[in-house]
Design a protein around this ligand. Sequence first.
Ligand code: FAD
Length: 344
Amino acid sequence: METKTDIIIVGAGPVALFTVFEAGLLGLECVLIDNLDKVGGQCSELYPGKPIYDIPGVPYQTAQEHVDALLEQIKPFNYEIHLNERVNSIEELSDEDISSWKVTTSEGSNFQAKSLFIAAGAGSFEPRRPPNIEDPDQFLEKGVAYAVKDKEKYKDKNLIIFGGGDSALDWTVELADITKSLKLVHRRDSFRGVPNTEAQMRELVETGQVDLKTPFVIEKLIFDKEIKGVSVKNFETKEIEDLECDEVLFLFGLNKKLGPIVDWNLELSNKKISVDTEKFQTSAEGIFAIGDINDYPGKLDLILCGFHETTLAVQEAYRRSNPGEKVPFAYTTSNTKLQKKLDA
Ligand SMILES: Cc1cc2nc3c(=O)[nH]c(=O)nc-3n(C[C@H](O)[C@H](O)[C@H](O)COP(=O)(O)OP(=O)(O)OC[C@H]3O[C@@H](n4cnc5c(N)ncnc54)[C@H](O)[C@@H]3O)c2cc1C
């Protein structure tokens, strides 16, 4: 099945979300694809609780509040978001006057549009793999995971979570209620996550709902067709201990990688995608790069710069979807269609 739309957006960070707004004003529809399990890009993944002070007209907002506000702002418009899917490859379809772009994702989905917007930030975030385990990906779907895609999977299971950051703490707190048993394993007895979540986790340890194991590191997986348990090593005494389980979550954080984008034959500079500053178009017609992923003289990696970039890029996307038509320009203050949608 192939979905056709006006603009395919690689990424669902703040700049991608604002693209939906600008495209929506012109009647264009968007499909957003992100390999993370949530929208918001760096804001939601790296610093959700931190304050942002330089969004025009918004004196203060946490990064997550900013993402939530962007989602609220695009409510009137038609768009789809596909999470947990990485855009792996792109293909030009030049059977019409204005060619289209077809993308294929890691899940095998296909999307087609006249305009492809790359809003991939610093590249795709890839989960950090556990150390000491050779080719850990072979155990995926057999009891090992690097992200929680569906909470229900852990219902009544014996789960072991590894990690010491926000994700490990958040999921420990959230899953403790539904699992049969939950162990949290970390190399030291201090955590890098939000103090309030750490406090909640420690309360669950007090009540016996969570078994906290520190200072331990993963030594090996105990495996027989499916995961049966893990061997962990005490970081100080070097003693090895075996722990039984049905599921393991390695939540060691994320690495940023340009990923498949390097193979898309686009002109790069400074490990980013070169664009012009009129349309923010790349070296390929119909492919635009907006936000942190692009490079041009004077580029700053700021959210407000990405908002400007996509506003201009969307004008060209309109021309591609509606050849020969003048791009309608109207201030939102006098956009009665939008006001009606908001009132509805
Ligand atoms: C700690 C910190 C504090 C910051 N503070 C501020 C601030 O105060 N003000 C400010 O303006 N900016 C700030 N920034 C920068 C700001 O977060 C970025 O400018 C902004 O997030 C860029 O948005 P984006 O949409 O371009 O990309 P991102 O937010 O990076 O989102 C890109 C998304 O694309 C996805 N992606 C990449 N490749 C693929 C692929 N092949 N397939 C599918 N998905 C893909 C990624 O997983 C990611 O979710 C800060 C950054 C950090 C790290």
